[in-house]
Design a protein around this ligand. Structure first.
Ligand code: IMP
Ligand code: MG
Length: 189
């Protein structure tokens, strides 16, 4: 099956070239910050962060290891309750390690707040956050990324790892989803 993306995407918010350029700039800052520190553990939050993490890691020239977690930001049936469940944990022991959480987007902030607290409790030496996208208007809990790619308006976006119902992660750009598209789907449920 092949989708006509013009049925789904209202407009391109951030094109491929701008994403790559911004990620290179983030990598430069992160390289400088960690250059005199111990081996860095990049912790990608699956699945949204995969493209960002891969692109970022290619431009990092410091010693690092990569690991991944799957977290769900809400318990069953309770949207944004603030509970974070770890569905897949890290393989690496992060005690006394420099940790950088790599996330696709910060929305309400619950996922990252809870995940960061969890990693700090494992006695990591330091836990920082880099996010590709940030929707500050939607924040419900206080959490600030240490490094952020783009602040975006309160619209639902897909592509470059971000999904709608597990689809469209493969788009090489960040696109705004047509409201009519997801409202139709909600009606159909
Ligand atoms: P929160 O900050 O705990 O509300 O959750 C952030 C998570 O919600 C992200 O990791 C994404 O998986 C998802 N999310 C939030 N906004 C969007 C969006 O516009 N498109 C796709 N996923 C989103
Ligand atoms: Mg996510």
């Amino acid at each position: 099956m092949k989708t006509d993306y013009s049925d789904i995407i209202e407009r391109v918010l951030i094109d491929e070239e701008s994403l790559k350029l911004k990620i290179k700039q983030l990598a430069k800052t992160i390289n400088t910050y960690y250059e005199d520190k111990d081996t860095l553990i990049l912790v990608g939050i699956l699945k949204g962060s995969v493209m960002f993490m891969a692109e970022l890691a290619k431009s990092l020239n410091i010693d690092l290891q990569m690991d991944f977690m799957v977290v769900s930001s809400y318990a069953e049936n309770t949207y944004s309750s603030g509970n974070v469940k770890i569905l897949k944990d890290l393989d690496i022991d992060i005690k006394d390690k420099e940790v950088l959480i790599v996330e696709d987007i910060i929305d309400t902030g619950y996922t990252l707040k809870k995940t960061k607290e969890n990693l700090i409790n494992r006695e990591a030496k330091d836990v920082k956050i880099v996010t590709l996208l940030d929707k500050p208007e939607r924040r419900e809990v206080e959490i600030k990324p240490d490094w952020s790619g783009f602040k975006i308006p309160n619209e639902f976006v897909v592509g470059f790892g971000l999904d709608f119902d597990q689809m469209y992660r493969n788009l090489p750009y960040i696109g705004v989803v047509k409201r009519s598209f997801y409202e139709n789907i909600e009606d159909a449920k």
